[in-house]
Design a protein around this ligand. Structure first.
Ligand code: MET
Length: 306
């Protein structure tokens, strides 16, 4: 495949029909989003939000782009802004992985860290403060920009329909900003109103009522209800422990040769629970947002001691 720039490879990722033991002989199909060039599902978002800002006249040739992120959205934004030669400032709580922070800087973005205790809310606040002081700046703001769900509604969701011959009984996905879940759910329910939508969060996130506490599963989990959830029907919210998420991270590498991050592990744990609930032979679709390789510094494959 001959290409001229790496950004051409964003999207059109493979969908794997997982050959694992699934309850009731159902099938779990997982979208392998680590195959995007920046290594995660958020390449789609970075590209879409920056193009949207340009199309709407909010970004010109010298606009500084500022975005709060757990890292993957920042990598996606930096890939897009590099293409358009736009100065970029990414605001990241310290706790997020060394690899993701290093990659954002390698792409040319300036990184500002906020404290881990202040969570993503702290990074959002800081990004707004920096923007207020920076002339000709633009904050795409993944947490409320309608271009976020739209990115997935227009790209990933149609790819799923194209790749599968049979109807989708359930769609299972984690939520951080909530854009992936909301955009894909909206598209799939328009195609087939019988498709159930199940959102996944780690223990410590507040969708199922909390309590709020730190968790090791990275890139998903919310500190406030995503505004995008107002417009979509959520059939079920599943809360997955770090222990379960990381168990499947290890299992996928050991048995399937698949390097998945912890949010993918949580998505798989939830998909297996959904398989138990649904009738025989159901089709369940989920999303694996990124790879374990960006969490080596966090010893992602280390088994808990107790
Ligand atoms: N996964 C998104 C990001 O990388 C949102 C994270 S919110 C915990 O920025």
């Amino acid at each position: 495949m001959l290409i001229k720039k790496i950004q051409q490879l964003i999207g059109n990722t493979p969908l794997i029909d997982l050959q694992i033991n699934i309850p009731k002989q159902s099938h779990i199909y997982a979208k392998l989003e680590m195959f995007n060039p920046g290594g995660s599902i958020k390449d789609r978002l970075g590209q879409y939000m920056i193009q949207d800002g340009i199309d709407k006249g909010k970004i010109n040739a010298t606009t500084t782009i500022i975005e709060p992120t757990a890292g993957n959205t920042g990598i996606g934004v930096a890939l897009a802004t590099q293409e358009h030669h736009l100065p970029t400032i990414l605001v990241v709580p310290e706790k997020f992985s060394y690899e993701k922070q290093t990659l954002m800087k390698a792409l040319g973005a300036k990184l500002i860290n906020t404290s881990s205790e202040d969570g993503i809310k702290g990074a959002i606040k800081k990004a707004r403060e920096i923007a207020a002081k920076t002339p000709n700046s633009y904050v795409p703001m993944q947490f409320e920009n309608p271009a976020n769900p739209a990115a997935y509604y227009h790209t990933l969701a149609p790819e799923l329909i194209q790749d599968l011959d049979q109807p989708i009984d359930a769609f299972v996905a984690g939520a951080g900003s909530g854009g992936t879940f909301a955009g894909i759910t909206q598209y799939l329910k328009e195609q087939n109103p019988a498709t159930q939508s199940i959102v996944v969060e780690p223990e410590g996130s507040i969708l199922n009522g909390g309590p709020e506490h730190p968790h090791k599963t990275e890139g998903i989990g919310v500190e406030f209800i995503p505004p995008f959830f107002k417009n979509v029907q959520i059939d079920q919210t599943l809360t997955i422990s770090d222990a379960d998420a990381f168990k499947y991270v290890r299992q996928m590498a050991a048995q399937q040769g698949l390097f998945i991050g912890s949010s993918s592990g949580a998505a798989l744990a939830a998909s297996l629970k959904v398989a138990e609930q649904l009738p025989e032979n159901s089709t369940i679709v989920t999303v694996f947002p990124d790879s374990s390789e960006r969490y080596m510094s966090e010893n992602i494959y280390q088994k808990p001691q107790n």
